[in-house]
Design a protein around this ligand. Structure first.
Ligand code: ADP
Ligand code: MG
Length: 418
C-alpha cells in the first residue's frame, strides 16, 4: 500500500481531512507517538478518538482498541474505512469466516486499527496472537468501565491490567469523559497507569443550557419544554422500560414523532430506532440509559430527564450527548422529591455492603444538591468534578431566573414529607 505520512498533523489533514487539532489533541498524539502512556480525560465530543487513531496510524503495527459496545465499534470502523484507514473489529457479531479473515489480516500486518471487546482478551489464543504481531498501542476507550465508582462498570475491564503485564513496552492510552476525581483515581489504579501522563481539559460545556424543575405534572411539563424544540432531534431519558414505552406513546399522540429505545426491545427494532434517530432530522428518542454511550450524533438539540439519574456523573454524561456540534442545546430535568426518598429507601434496604451504600447515598445527595441549589447549576456540577467555575454562567435556569431566597429547612421538610 501507499506510504503514509507519519507525523500527526499530516495524518490529521491527509487521512481525516481536518484542518487543525483541537484543545490538547496534538499534545496527546505527540506523547503517544513517542511511546508514552496517557490518561485522557476530555468531555464528550472533545475528539478523544483521534488521540489514539492518529498515533496508531503513525506508529508501526496495529493499534488495538478496547471498546465496550459492538455498535460503537461498528460505527468507528465504518468511519475509519471511509477515510481509507485499514480498520476491523473482532467481536461476537462476526461469522466464523469473517473472524478468520480479520485474524489473517492481523497476522499479515494489514491493519492499522483493530477494535475488540474487553472479553476478547480472555478468548483462547487471542493474547498469544497479539504477542506474535507488531502492536502500535493499546487504547482503552470508555475507561471508566473499569471502575465500580463509575456508572457503567464492566467487570471484564478489570482484566485489562494484563496488557501491562504481557506488553510492558507497548504504549497504553486510556480515555474517558468521566470527570469525577474518585473514578479517575480508580481508573488509573485499576489499569496500572500511575506513571502515565494525564491530560485533563475543562469539563464545561458552555453551549448546553441547564434547567431543573420540580415535578408537578411531568408529562405536561415535558410537552411544555418540547414546545421550543419542534423540528429538531433530542433524547428523553426515563428510568424504566415501561415508562419509556408510555412516554413515547404519549408524545406520538401529541403529534411529536417519538421512538422508544430500551434493552427489552427486539434487537432489530432497537437498531432501527437508533438508526432513525441518527439519520432523521427530527426524532425524539425516548430511552433508558441503555442508550447513548459512544453515540456520535452532533446535532442532538436537547436531552430531557423524566427521572433523576443515579449521580452527577451520570447526569453530566447523559446531558453531554446534547450539542456535540457546539450549537446551543438544552438539558432539562424534571424530578420529584418522592423519587429521592424512594431511592434512599432502596439503597438502605438493598444488599450492597455498607461502603457501597454510603457511596450511593453520597452520590444521590450530591445530585440533589445540584437540583436544589439556588446558585449556578454549571458551577455546582463542575465543582463536583473538582473544577472551579466563577458561577453566574448566564446559561442555566438559576442564572436566568434567580430565586430570591433559599430555604434549606423548607427543602428538607419537602423531602421528609414526600
Ligand atoms: P469523544 O470520543 O471525545 O466524545 P469523538 O472522538 O467521537 O469525541 O469526536 C467527536 C466529533 O468531533 C467527531 O465528529 C470528530 O470527527 C470531531 N473532531 C474531533 N477532532 C476534531 C478536530 N481536530 N477538528 C474537527 N473535528 C474534530
Ligand atoms: Mg469517544
Amino acid at each position: 500500500s501507499a506510504p503514509r505520512p507519519n507525523d500527526g498533523l499530516s495524518v490529521l489533514r491527509s487521512v481525516f481531512g481536518l484542518d487543525s487539532f483541537r484543545g490538547q489533541q496534538e499534545e496527546v498524539v505527540e506523547h503517544v507517538i513517542g511511546g508514552g502512556d496517557a490518561v485522557v480525560l476530555f468531555p464528550t465530543g472533545a475528539g478523544k478518538s483521534l488521540c489514539y487513531q492518529i498515533p496508531a496510524i503513525c506508529r508501526d503495527g496495529v493499534g488495538v482498541v478496547i471498546s465496550p459496545l459492538i455498535a460503537l465499534m461498528r460505527d468507528q470502523v465504518e468511519a475509519l474505512r471511509q477515510a481509507g484507514v485499514r480498520a476491523a473489529a473482532l467481536n461476537s457479531a462476526l461469522s466464523a469466516e469473517e473472524n478468520r479473515a480479520v485474524r489473517q489480516a492481523l497476522r499479515d500486518g494489514e491493519l492499522d486499527l483493530l477494535y475488540v471487546a474487553p472479553e476478547r482478551l480472555s478468548a483462547p489464543g487471542f493474547m498469544e496472537l497479539l504477542a506474535s504481531i507488531d502492536i502500535a498501542l493499546f487504547a482503552i476507550d470508555e475507561a471508566h468501565c473499569v471502575s465500580q465508582w463509575g456508572h457503567d462498570f464492566r467487570p471484564e475491564y478489570r482484566d485489562l491490567i494484563r496488557l501491562r503485564e504481557v506488553f510492558p513496552h507497548v504504549p497504553r492510552i486510556a480515555l474517558t469523559a468521566t470527570a469525577d476525581p474518585t473514578t479517575r483515581a480508580d481508573i488509573i489504579e485499576r489499569l496500572g497507569l500511575d506513571a502515565a501522563r494525564t491530560f485533563l481539559s475543562s469539563f464545561d460545556r458552555p453551549n448546553i443550557s441547564y434547567t431543573i424543575v420540580e415535578r408537578a405534572n411531568a408529562r405536561a411539563q415535558l410537552l411544555d419544554f418540547l414546545k421550543g424544540h419542534e423540528g429538531v432531534s433530542g433524547i428523553v431519558y426515563c428510568l424504566s422500560r415501561a415508562k419509556v414505552e408510555a412516554v413515547a406513546e404519549f408524545l406520538n399522540d401529541k403529534g411529536i414523532p417519538a421512538l422508544p429505545y430500551h434493552a427489552g426491545l427486539d434487537a432489530r427494532v432497537r437498531a432501527a430506532n437508533q438508526d432513525a434517530f441518527l439519520k432523521a432530522d427530527a426524532v425524539c428518542l425516548v430511552a433508558t440509559v441503555a442508550f447513548g454511550m459512544g453515540i456520535d450524533k452532533p446535532d442532538v438539540r436537547y436531552v430531557a430527564h423524566m427521572d433523576l439519574p443515579s449521580s452527577i456523573e451520570a447526569y453530566y454524561q447523559e446531558t453531554g450527548r446534547a450539542g456535540r456540534d457546539g450549537q446551543p442545546s438544552d438539558a432539562w430535568m424534571c424530578y420529584g422529591l418522592a423519587d429521592v426518598s424512594q431511592r434512599w429507601r432502596m439503597i438502605a434496604e438493598g444488599n450492597a455492603p455498607e461502603e457501597i451504600k454510603r457511596l450511593e447515598n453520597a452520590k444521590l445527595n450530591a445530585l440533589l444538591g445540584v437540583c436544589e441549589t439556588a446558585g449556578c447549576r454549571r458551577q455546582a456540577v463542575l465543582a463536583h468534578f473538582g473544577e472551579a467555575h466563577a458561577g453566574g454562567c448566564g446559561n442555566c435556569d438559576t442564572c436566568l431566573n434567580p430565586v430570591d431566597t433559599w430555604d434549606g429547612t423548607e427543602a428538607a421538610n419537602k423531602i421528609m414529607s414526600a
